[in-house]
Design a protein. Structure first.
Lengths: 117, 117
DNA sequence: CTGTATCCAACTCGATACTG
DNA sequence: CAGTATCGAGTTGGATACAG
């Protein structure tokens, strides 16, 4: 038995599934995988999303020690988000998402034009 | 641009995030990763879950070509679910989930007894 | 055992307006 | 620019009962 954030789990992977049981947190990690991004940049990457929702998800990720929040004291304000060590550790997993997606897409999806990622 | 199931996506990984945007489908793949399981076995693995919800998720996974459904003509009925080739391709990703979870847990969670997975 | 059918509660997330 | 506040729509999934 494992205790995490006042909840109990039977296996370590249950914690992963509990953390990433929404559609947004892992996507945010995905967009931060190569470099830090500002609030506005994430906001645009994740369209359609509202500022409220993005704010909530960023706070959750920060509390989970997966991202850092850095405030620059300037006007207009600038806030940058980046991966922590434990966020960075998700990169191999992220890479596997891309590998799988490309193979799966090749088989079952139709490419409309050539701007593949 | 990519078309899949009558929806449009900008990158291949968006398809992954769209498929696995619920909390259950990837967990089902997780439990099927080593061997086929019967409906009842999945039902017990995924508690708390209702039969209705499990049925819906299994159908979705079948339509996505990620699992096979095999019916044995016997009484009482027996139905087994197993990974397809494309379900199997998720194993490296699943492995990374376990690796990450173990490291993250070691740092942030508290083990109450020794039955770790 | 393996589902279906109905009803409903909870939660996530979007729309919109406003603030420092 | 980077949020917060309020409201509400939509979807997911649980409770329960029933069927083949």
């Amino acid at each position: 038995m494992i205790e995490f954030n006042n909840k109990e789990y039977n296996s370590t992977s249950e914690i992963f599934f509990d953390i990433f049981n929404d559609k947004l947190k892992l996507m945010i990690i995905w967009y931060l995988k190569n470099n830090p991004l500002r609030f506005k940049e994430l906001f645009e990457c994740l369209q359609p999303i509202t500022k409220k929702t993005l704010t909530i998800k960023l706070k959750e990720l920060e509390q989970l020690n997966l991202i850092n929040r850095e405030v620059f004291a300037q006007v207009p304000p600038k806030v940058e988000y980046s991966l922590t060590e434990y966020g960075n550790d998700l990169k191999p997993l992220i890479d596997e998402i891309l590998i799988w997606s490309q193979k799966y897409t090749k088989k079952f999806a139709k490419t409309i034009d050539e701007d593949l990622q």
